[in-house]
Design a protein around this ligand. Structure first.
Ligand code: PRT
Ligand code: MG
Length: 212
């Protein structure tokens, strides 16, 4: 293993919320990922670089060791099927809730409830734990439309302010999970590069608890 530390992270709110924490432990990218087209960003530390990838790809890169560290939403980690990845630290950023939602004025459900979501694994696990039969409809976005257009009875999606649901005539029905960003670590790297990784994790933990 080389001495370079690669941190996989997605653009947008995950990175924006995590960047101040990284800065407080002394890691600052040389370019703004929102403006740069580069997928690999150097940082002020010569042996630390950032990999800018899709949120759902972060666990894959970290599990397979293409990145030693990663920052991913708990929703993405819960949905991910793969070997265990170390998840040593809750950064407490990009917070929201995973909710079951439906129409404010629901139509009668005649058969098994149909649930539209991009989180099919989480939804399957949630309803099977309750012993409730549902039909899961996989969507890749704009889940809120499902119940409005009669494609589904319910949706499973992330909710922050609730404005998106409200704007589409939906209300929350059940709370499934609290979501926030997590630091994840490749298992082999945790052993082989612990001298480099442990201090960063400890420093981050300090910063997170100081901020909360
Ligand atoms: O863009 P790409 O398809 O690559 O990925 P993405 O759209 O999933 O990425 P991005 O940048 O939106 O970040 C997603 C990650 O941010 C999620 O995996 C969560 O961990 C975290 N996060 C936190 C959220 C929200 N809060 C959130 N509110 N991700 C999405 N939302 C959406 C939600 O899906 C809904 O459409 O915001 C809408 C609800 O917000 P309110 O405020 O109207 O309730
Ligand atoms: Mg997006």
């Amino acid at each position: 293993m080389s001495d370079i530390l690669t941190i996989a992270v997605s653009k947008g709110r995950i990175f924006e919320d995590a960047m101040p924490l990284l800065k407080q432990v002394g890691i600052v990218p040389n370019e703004d990922p929102e403006k740069s087209r580069k997928l690999v960003l150097e940082t002020n530390q010569p042996d630390v670089r950032l990999l800018i990838i899709r949120a759902t790809d972060v666990p894959t890169y970290v599990e397979r060791g293409a990145a030693e560290l990663g920052i991913a939403g708990k929703d993405v980690l819960m949905e991910y099927i793969g070997d265990d990845i170390y998840e040593p630290l809750d950064l407490g950023t990009a917070k929201c809730r995973m909710m079951l939602a439906g129409l404010k004025k629901p139509k009668p459900i005649t058969d098994r409830p149909r649930v539209a979501t991009k989180y099919t694994n989480i939804t399957k696990n949630y309803f099977s734990a309750k012993g409730q039969q549902v039909e899961i409809i996989k969507l890749y976005g704009s889940m809120e439309l499902g119940p409005v257009l009669g494609l589904s009875d319910w949706i499973v999606d992330l909710v922050d302010t609730g404005n998106t649901l409200k704007a589409n005539g939906l209300i929350t029905l059940e709370h499934i999970a609290d979501i926030s960003s997590r630091m994840i670590v490749n298992k082999a790297a945790m052993k082989m590069k612990s001298a480099r990784i442990k201090p960063i994790l400890e420093h981050l933990e300090e910063v997170v608890s100081r901020n909360s």
